[in-house]
Design a protein. Structure first.
Length: 155
């Protein structure tokens, strides 16, 4: 499995968002990107995380961040999730898991003794040059924006 860390070049990707627009990492050279991977639309933890980023979106924009979410859900699922929770940022439909696997966030999980494959909730902060500045593997879904900003202040 790929393990990306701070200082690594962020893998280039292209994907389709909820509106069938193509989004590539290279579109954001010169900007700071919050690239967050989450397991599934409309689940409790994923909803908390998305809504926390939504509620702090203007603050993140004012600090120069672009927010992009990625899951293996399809465009229609993302569209419903965005409409239901009024999310202001794009969600990339990575149904073939190409982006998910290139960032090393796909693997085996174990819940109540049941093993299954899923996305590890992970956030990458990518700087203006396209390098990974910070990786969050233990995401606080209710306070993720604060978690990001505090970590970057102390870096």
């Amino acid at each position: 499995m790929i393990t990306l860390k701070a200082g690594d070049k962020a893998p280039e990707f292209s994907g389709i968002d909820q509106n069938a627009n193509k989004i590539s990492l290279s579109d954001f050279i010169g900007k700071k990107v919050i690239l967050y991977f989450y397991p599934k639309d409309n689940t409790p933890g994923c909803t908390k995380e998305a809504c926390n980023l939504r509620d702090n979106y203007m603050d993140l924009l004012s600090k120069g961040f672009i927010v992009l979410g990625v899951s293996a859900d399809n465009e229609q699922s993302h569209q419903k999730f965005i409409e239901k929770f009024d999310l202001p940022f794009p969600l990339i439909a990575d149904t073939d898991k190409a982006i998910i696997e290139s960032y090393g966030v796909w693997g085996e999980k174990n819940m109540y003794g049941r093993k299954y494959m899923s996305i590890f909730r992970t956030t990458f902060i990518i700087n203006e040059s396209g390098n990974i500045e910070k990786v969050f593997k233990k995401v606080d879904t209710s306070n993720h924006t604060e978690q990001i900003l505090k970590a970057l202040e102390s870096a």
